[in-house]
Design a protein around this ligand. Structure first.
Ligand SMILES: [Zn+2]
Length: 409
């Protein structure tokens, strides 16, 4: 299953390192007093040339103003065409303590009203006007082709897909970033020669998966493919050598915790998979889709204090997956099933599914721009599927496509 060709940036002789962050630097490296802003001028590498056409990159790093006080985030944005965002790091870019969807939204069981969270995102977005201006410029330049890679090592869990891009007083309609452009995520992979977010792959093959009983409807979507009876059986299968699947699909219950043993999928903790490698994932080089609450979140485990971001996304990207799809928080089971049905149906097409583009298109169909009053609780609750859809985070090459056939694998 390694016959698929690597696409962009296939014309380059070798992957060009990103200008920032360096592949193995952790967030705490960045909390040094007042360095010169890291931009594109750190070396001879032409960052723009390393980006495929119509692709921009936004890096988000933790820093401290004047070397003291609360941490802020620093943004560095650049686009294939030379349209750059000046490095931004100031008091308007402090750590936002109340916008992480994983803590605000908690499915049907409670949590904040979706309308309030969406108002928060609009109000928070408003003060990031340099960023909004840059996004408008690159969107104007590249239109619907725009791919935006967000490489966020801040650990602040900012829901970038729900950044509200208004039209700066022009009177035109605004849009949520995740519906406006193809948005992909990246996190620094802590390994020598670790992968970078620019390469996309076309993968064709079968599925290796696990679907827990509470998500059993998803089994109908995967008829004829290999499903493991337990999550541990799937993990053991992926740890052996052999032909790899184009898609690893896991649907189960997920729990978030800030340490490796409190952050779990079913009965599997991050602390139990973080050190493993998965030869079949490497061989398949495809997509790992973990359709579970919190599955795309990342932690900086305080029990290790080693400036190393951990999580299921990082594990599988490090193992050689071309992409990882997970969630930023608690998602409704109905919505989880709907997202899976939409994406898996596209993967059944002969041409395959461009995962990141399909997610953008799905968000467009479900996004709401006219927010009801926060006090209107029934209408607010109707927005949960919309917010759930924007909680799916895709890490990987912007143009990676997955096509599924037959069983086996
Ligand atoms: Zn450009």
């Amino acid at each position: 299953m390694n016959r698929s060709r690597w696409r962009l940036p296939g014309l380059l002789p070798a992957p060009v390192p990103p200008p920032s962050p360096p592949p193995d630097s952790g967030p705490s490296d960045l909390e040094q007093p007042s360095e010169e802003p890291r931009g594109l001028g750190a070396g001879p590498v032409d960052a723009h040339a390393s980006l495929p056409q119509a692709t921009a990159q936004l890096t988000v790093q933790r820093a401290r103003l004047d070397g003291a006080g609360e941490p802020v985030f620093e943004l560095v944005g650049f686009c294939c065409c030379g349209e750059d965002l000046p490095p931004t790091r100031n008091g308007r870019h402090g750590r936002p303590p109340r916008i992480a969807l994983g803590t605000l939204i908690s499915g049907e069981s409670g949590g904040e009203s979706p309308t309030r969270s969406l108002n928060r995102m609009r109000s928070w977005s408003r003060s990031k006007y340099e960023l909004l201006g840059w996004i408008r410029r690159i969107r104007d330049r590249h239109g619907d082709d725009l791919r935006l890679i967000i490489w966020d090592d801040s650990g602040f869990e900012i829901p970038w897909e729900l950044l509200w891009v208004d039209q700066a007083g022009s009177g035109g309609p605004g849009a949520w970033l995740g519906a406006l452009a193809v948005v992909t995520r990246w996190t620094t992979v802590h390994a020598p020669g670790g992968p970078l977010p620019y390469a996309s792959a076309d993968r064709r093959g079968s599925v290796a998966g696990y679907v827990a009983d509470e998500m059993s409807r998803d089994r109908d979507l995967l008829a004829a493919h290999r499903l493991s009876p337990t999550l541990w059986e799937l993990i053991s299968h992926l740890e052996t050598s052999g032909p790899g699947p184009a898609l690893v699909y896991i649907a189960c219950h997920g729990e978030y915790g800030s340490t490796g043993f409190d952050f779990t999928l079913g009965d599997l903790a991050v602390g139990e998979v973080d050190w493993r490698t998965f030869p079949r994932v490497a061989d398949g080089g495809g997509l790992v889709f973990v359709n579970a609450c919190h599955s795309g979140r990342l932690i900086d485990d305080p029990e290790y204090n080693d400036a190393t971001t951990r999580g299921f996304a990082e594990v599988f990207l490090r193992s050689g997956a071309a992409g990882f799809l997970g969630t930023a928080g608690a998602v409704l089971e109905d919505e989880a099933h709907r997202v899976a049905a939409h994406l898996l149906a596209g993967m059944g097409e002969p041409s395959g599914l461009g995962v990141a583009t399909a997610l953008r298109d799905y968000r467009r169909t479900i996004a709401v721009t006219d927010l009801p009053p926060v006090a209107d609780r029934p209408r607010s609750k109707e927005l949960l599927p919309f917010v759930s859809a924007f909680m799916y985070l895709y890490f990987g090459g912007p143009d990676t496509t997955i096509a599924l056939y037959g069983g086996g694998g």
